[in-house]
Design a protein around this ligand. Sequence first.
Ligand SMILES: O=C(O)CCC(=O)C(=O)O
Length: 282
Amino acid sequence: MNDDLLSPITDEQRADYERDGVVCIRNQFDGEWIDRMRIACERDMAASEGRVTEVANEDGDATFYSKVFMWRDDDDFRDYVFNSPAARIAAELMGVDAVRFYYDQLFIKTPGASAPTPWHHDLPYWPFRGNHIASVWLALTPVTQESSGVVYLAGSHKWGKFYRATTIDEDPRLTDPDLEVCPDFHREFDNPDYTFLSWDMEPGDVLVHHPLTVHGSGANRSSTRGRIGLSVRYMGGDAVWDPRQYVMIVEVSEHLEAGKFPADDTVFPPAWSRAMNEEGRI
Ligand SMILES: O=C(O)CCC(=O)C(=O)O
């Protein structure tokens, strides 16, 4: 399994990330990572334990399965988070010299799963502020628009919007009534004011997105092909702790001051730094 990039992140990829708030990076994970993590995700769903949100179709077995924090008790996820190239990809695209890990999240839509991922951006869900928080969404199956590929609104990280969090199970703990509701951008696909970005992906390709880039995905309309995405979130640079109401509760182990970088080594462990990499350790 490769623990570092298979090829350098290019200036063009960095420019795409900066301009669009999302970029698709291909060919950075070897086959061993892909097989290992696909098996880990399928095993996790089969066991269906832990903090799980599942939306089943009314008339069948199809399901949208989502879970967070697998890394806490599964070595495969932990190894992927800290010892695969994912952390370095995030750091290089954000242009920071070090990243800490925030959390991992699984998004599986089995063939025919009808539940969409509602349009949203991520930062309103999180006890942070800042630009330097990137999600690395790894495809572990082929992904197309038919099989619920994630769609992004290019440049939406610069709109100055902060939309209300919305969850597939409508969790009231995250629903801030004072924030603007994120529009249903599926209705705007023909609107020339917006540029929608999506990619057909092969297993091992990753999408990397900024915490304010608006995105969502539709139903899995394929009757044969499941879709597995593993999203891991890394932060560095200007990210600061902001434990407001209506955000994910994270039990920090050290006192963290609001407005300061969240340097809690237990809960947000260092995942990659240029110095560690140059010493040959990741
Ligand atoms: O996989 C999906 O449908 C949504 C992914 C997502 O929202 C994320 O990674 O932040």
